[in-house]
Design a protein around this ligand. Sequence first.
Ligand SMILES: [Cu+2]
Length: 300
Amino acid sequence: MKRAFFTVFGAVVLVAAMVHIGHAQSVADPTAAADSYVNAPRPWQMWFPAAGSPMQAQIDWLMKYVLWIMTGVVVFVAILMAYVFIRFNAKANPVPSHLTHNTLIEFVWLFVPTVLLVIIIIPSLNLIWYEGDTSNPYMTVTVTGHQWYWEYNYSSVPGLDYTSYMIPDDKLLPGDIRRLSVDHPLVLPIGEKIKFNITSGDVLHGFYLPSLGVQKYAIPGTIVTSWTLIPKAGTYYGQCNQICGINHDAMPIEIKAVPLADYLAWTKVAQANYTQNDVSPNPVSLPASALKFADAAVVK
Ligand SMILES: [Cu+2]
């Protein structure tokens, strides 16, 4: 009887502890949903990464569409040239034709390329307009490139402005990706249109997110806009792709896309968490004027 009591008591304590731990974890890391899917480059990868946004899906489609047309043109021209080389060389055709004009042929070689250009330019212009349409976003994030880290400012969350540094090789934890994981990822809600205001605090940088179809210059004194919409919770990566100085390779972009409720929970705990889990940045790359609260813990 006594034994049964302690068994039941022990089980209740264990369940309570597990619930508590589960609860504590969900509060501690609202971005956990992003671990379910990782969209990162693989060694020897060919083609684009899997499309993580409708914009990248359209870019992927247009790339293949143009590639098919281009392949047709290349094959046709190659066959035509091979035919001319064989059929009309000096040996096979010793008496050449003195023809200088042929209205039908001239019409065809003007008309066919024109049609091809038109069927390429229509979806291209559509895509350019689509990419430029930053109207009615759910939220706006101002992205600032610095030598050599990114800064994210959430205009809809007062005071939420933090820096994002690459995790150095000697501080990588299990699950981190070398040269891509960062101390403070950009956290975004899924299924919502997010506008980016992209700028720079010093030199030209490039805000490049291959799986989301975003690639914009970060230009000092200018704001370049873009947007994204991520349907699937997951972790997405990008990099600065504008040569910006000695640590240009050390400013990756890591995005954690999570359900809206988790995102809202994250905004509440972001400030407290970020001052605790900071990774010391390279001291030379830290101009005092750029310091934000996220770096307060490491600047002593
Ligand atoms: Cu850069």
